[in-house]
Design a protein around this ligand. Structure first.
Ligand SMILES: [Zn+2]
Length: 52
């Protein structure tokens, strides 16, 4: 499940250290249209949004 950081509202995987203080979200925001919109390197292991 994606996690939104409460610090800067960036989206992370639930495995990311930056997500420890974050809030789980059930779906990605509409403005996220590709994996490249998720800037943290914790998404590098995903090839596309379909895998999330
Ligand atoms: Zn991250």
């Amino acid at each position: 499940m994606p996690v939104m950081s409460s610090e800067d509202f960036a989206i992370h995987t639930d495995k990311c250290v930056a997500a420890e203080e974050g809030m789980p979200i059930s779906s990605l925001p509409d403005e996220v249209t590709s994996i490249k919109d998720l800037e943290c390197e914790c998404w590098d292991k995903f090839e596309s949004l379909d895998e999330i």
